[in-house]
Design a protein around this ligand. Structure first.
Ligand SMILES: Nc1ncnc2c1ncn2[C@@H]1O[C@H](COP(=O)(O)OP(=O)(O)OP(=O)(O)O)[C@@H](O)[C@H]1O
Length: 275
């Protein structure tokens, strides 16, 4: 019963990379699920396997050098082993993703409008005019002023924060059932961070999107996540409801992570300023 309600169900996920010493495990035996309208926070120190996990879910790892085993079910449909052509239909439409560095997500030689409209039209039967209208409406929802002007601009003409919001607008406009957000605020200045996080929160509430939020900022995780999974050396060592995890961490590694965090995170400080 509970399983049916999960948007994404991951079981026994293993990722290994080819090396001179043979296959080297990067991620081992992961099991987690994403529920509609809920945020699962994925935390862990640098190199613990968070990005590899998100890339494995999106089937974006290089198949020649990496081996992905296990089950990744989206609404009960197995993604692991799907052909690239089928995955292309799923990425962006059913699973949106927001990457660490927004500049890398755009092609420098095309305008924002071009890239936005093309993404919409690849996945829908909308006319060009309808796609432009949808793109503009989505940019407006991200609190971006003068969206028609932004559509005509090139990526380098926008600040990192604006580009990040454009990327979120693109990833959310087709109302995907899952969004994978890998350090969505890392590249942003403090003022834009909270705005972007609020938008993510608003959109999951409005669209019922299930979100995997990867962040090293425990302040961000404590504010947004419903559940938290802690990764260490490629394994999930603890997974719990956000309150339980922060108040009663069980695993020594989780305790260390919590002890190492600054007393006030950037976002908590910012919340105070905003109030
Ligand atoms: N293409 C690759 N080939 C070989 N090893 C890789 C590759 N990409 C990542 N790794 C290794 O996999 C491990 C997990 O990396 P990953 O990027 O997932 O960590 P992370 O938790 O996302 O770290 P960060 O918080 O710094 O982004 C690391 O040991 C990393 O060196």
């Amino acid at each position: 019963m509970e399983k049916q309600r999960n948007v994404l169900q991951v079981n026994g996920l293993n990722v290994a990379v080819k090396s001179a010493q043979g296959m080297l495990p990067l991620v081992q035996n992961l099991q987690f699920e994403l529920k509609p309208g809920k945020i699962l926070g994925l935390v862990g120190e640098s190199g613990s396997g968070k990005t590899i996990t998100s890339m494995a879910l999106l089937q974006l790892l290089n198949q020649k050098t990496m081996n992905v085993e296990g089950s990744i079910q989206l609404h009960g449909r197995e993604l692991n082993g799907l052909k690239e052509k089928e995955m292309r239909g799923i990425r962006g439409k059913d699973i949106g993703f927001i990457m660490q560095n927004p500049m890398n997500a755009f092609t420098p030689v095309y305008t924002i409008g071009n890239q936005f409209v093309e993404t919409i039209r690849i996945h829908t039967k909308l006319s060009k005019k309808q796609a432009i209208d949808l793109a503009i409406a989505s940019l407006e929802k991200m609190n971006l002023q003068e969206p028609s002007k932004i559509m005509k601009m090139y990526p380098f003409q926008l600040s990192g924060g604006m580009l990040q919001r454009v990327m979120i607008a693109i990833s959310m406009c087709l109302r995907p059932s899952v969004v994978i957000a890998d350090e969505p605020t890392t590249a942003l200045d403090v003022t834009t961070q909270l705005q972007v996080l609020r938008e993510l929160d608003r959109l999951r509430t409005e669209c019922g999107t299930a979100i995997l939020l990867i962040s090293h900022d425990l302040g961000v995780i404590s504010e947004l996540a419903d559940e938290v999974a802690v990764m260490q050396k490629g394994r999930i060592v603890e997974k719990a409801d956000v309150y339980r995890l922060f108040d009663h961490p069980q695993h020594d590694y989780t305790k260390k992570l919590l002890q190492a965090r600054p007393v006030l995170s950037v976002n908590e400080e910012l919340s105070k300023l905003v109030i």
